[in-house]
Design a protein around this ligand. Structure first.
Ligand SMILES: Nc1ncnc2c1ncn2[C@@H]1O[C@H](COP(=O)(O)OP(=O)(O)O)[C@@H](O)[C@H]1O
Ligand SMILES: [Mg+2]
Length: 208
């Protein structure tokens, strides 16, 4: 996808200026930068959650400003989970797609096992810790198998042991499905471990 002349203002303040940026299909791109550098703003614009900006995003290089990828999921830093069991939260994206019951069960259990969430699956999702919620919301995003996966600091509240598991599964998802992944992080080691390319943001601008 190509970003062209993106500008974002909050009130009168310019918080994001991106002249040109290519995000490669099928790759894992990291966006890193300090607090307030515009990472979440950029991700929300790419994800279509924020439509109040100047410039164009061409998801397909031949056309400008057309609909984003068919299937796209943005996992925000403070994920919202239903007041239901973890299992039901993870199952939800498949349920609304009318996938047959047996396949659905297989997919949900596979993701639970890959992310090592067996101990959480019967728990009420709204009673989970911040880190546990992040893991569950990543599972819910992966089970949907989106073509474009946008992750906003997905491991910020997570212990080192679980970070390894999540990184492994993010990479595996990319390899198995060829999905395009953009991961916002302020952890340089993490982006070095899993990203094909890293974009540095500083004061709303790409620096290299
Ligand atoms: N809803 C908002 N209203 C006004 N300013 C905002 C809003 N959201 C973010 N900002 C400002 O925009 C800048 C970029 O924020 P953000 O994209 O959240 O940074 P990051 O995710 O890199 O920490 C910051 O200066 C922040 O204060
Ligand atoms: Mg942010």
């Amino acid at each position: 996808m190509f970003l062209n002349n993106i500008k974002k203002y909050y009130n009168e303040k310019l918080v994001l200026v991106i002249e040109m940026l290519e995000i490669e299909k099928g790759k894992i791109t990291g966006i890193i930068g300090p607090n307030g550098s515009g990472k979440s703003t950029l991700l929300n614009i790419i994800g279509g959650l924020d439509e109040d900006y100047l410039g164009t995003i061409a998801y397909d290089p031949k056309v400008t400003n057309q609909k984003p990828y068919d299937t796209m999921t943005l996992v925000s830093q403070k994920p919202y989970l239903f007041k239901r069991k973890v299992y039901e939260n993870i199952e939800y994206p498949l349920k609304i797609r009318n996938i047959n019951k047996a396949d659905m069960k297989k997919k949900v259990n596979r993701i639970i096992s890959r992310l090592e969430l067996e101990d959480l699956k019967e728990k009420k999702a709204h009673l989970l810790s911040g880190g546990e919620s992040q893991k569950v919301s990543l599972a819910r995003a992966l089970v949907f198998e989106p073509e474009l996966l946008l992750l906003d600091e997905p491991t910020s509240n997570i212990d080192p042991e679980s970070i390894k598991i999540l990184e492994r599964e993010i990479v595996r998802f990319n390899k198995e499905t060829g999905a395009t992944i953009i991961i916002v992080t302020h952890n340089l080691e993490q982006s070095n471990r899993i990203c094909d390319r890293i974009i540095y943001l500083e004061n709303g601008r790409v620096s290299s």
